[in-house]
Design a protein around this ligand. Structure first.
Ligand SMILES: O=c1[nH]c(=O)c2[nH]c(=O)[nH]c2[nH]1
Length: 307
């Protein structure tokens, strides 16, 4: 009797990168670009490749990579949710023994800049570490109407120099933190919205581009809401602010089930200059403290008693 058994497996290609150029039909010099990093992992009947050294069922990861790049060349990749659906349907229909896929696409932000007061036709500024991330998990036994799909804004770094407070918290003999009504607030935004597949529709219609508008508009709204509330609110805490952001996204996106925020609280500490002739520091000079950082997460859904 064998000593061990395979309890789970998945494999594929990660970090498949491409830059896609989309040319306007009327004016080919008017272009858009997408720089993306794709992961496709296959699930299915690959057990013998692990347990019997039998490679027969293996679709090589090199083939997975070739497919991603060929599809990026031949089909529209905007928005990445549609491209993920296209890839998922391909891998699960081409190979009988592929039962499902997990796909992640990271999209860089290349944004056109103004030249002579107008957006350039084909020149872009890279927006730093910020990415849009699409995640799709699909098992074909559930059919194309059931899948897990989420979209995320990741590593959008923001800071506000006032209009943030933190007081009224629990105090015990281990507490040294002083309450503040004015502090720096800075974070790397991770905001993720999970789609409700019964409201959004099946993967086939997504792959055909029928939902492009909703993906684009919710992404723009979620980003705007996040930045707007961050700027406008006199924040009582990271917790309260992120809950407000998530609630506003749920209000404008009926096809979204849950919104998750994960926010590091990147601390900036006030220098004490009292040692120099009693000099006051009225929130003017801080030092960034790289670690430790607070880390605050929440997942927000609709109140079912109010539906
Ligand atoms: O917004 C905050 N939430 C906390 O939970 C916390 N804890 C802390 O020390 N500072 C802060 N700030």
């Amino acid at each position: 009797m064998a000593y061990s058994e395979l309890a789970g497996s998945t494999y594929g290609k990660d970090n498949v990168k491409f830059l896609k150029v989309k040319k306007d039909k009327q004016n080919p010099k008017k272009q858009d670009v997408m720089e993306a990093t794709v992961m496709v992992l296959l699930k299915g009947d690959f057990d013998v490749s692990y347990t019997k050294a039998d490679n027969a069922p293996i679709v090589p990861t090199d083939t997975v990579k070739n497919t991603i790049l060929l599809f990026a060349k031949q089909y529209d990749t905007w928005p990445t949710e549609k491209f993920a659906a296209k890839l998922a349907l391909h891998f699960t229909s081409k190979y009988d023994h592929v039962s499902g896929v997990t796909i992640k696409i990271y999209e860089d932000r290349w944004v056109k800049y103004d030249v002579d007061g107008k957006p350039s036709l084909h020149s872009f500024v890279h927006q730093g570490p910020e990415k849009k991330v699409t995640f799709l998990d699909y098992d074909k036994k559930h059919g194309p109407s059931k899948y897990f799909l989420s979209s995320t804004i990741k590593d959008l770094t923001v800071l506000k120099s006032t209009n943030s407070m933190f007081y009224g918290y629990n105090k015990c003999e281990y507490t040294t933190l002083k309450p503040v009504t004015d502090r720096i607030l800075s974070t790397d935004i991770f905001a993720c919205w999970e789609w409700n597949c019964s409201k959004l529709g099946c993967l086939i219609s997504i792959s055909e581009g029928k939902k492009d508008e909703i993906f684009n508009s919710v992404y723009t709204k979620a980003r705007d809401i996040t930045l707007d509330i961050f700027a406008k609110e006199n924040s009582p805490s990271v917790q309260a602010t992120m809950f407000n952001m998530a609630t506003e996204i749920l209000k404008v996106a009926p096809a979204v089930n849950y919104v998750t925020y994960e926010l590091p609280n990147k601390h900036y500490f006030l220098f004490d200059f009292k040692w120099f002739k009693g000099l006051e520091n009225d929130n003017e000079l801080f030092y960034p403290s790289p670690h430790p950082n607070g880390l605050i997460k929440c997942k927000v859904g609709r109140n079912s008693s109010k539906l």
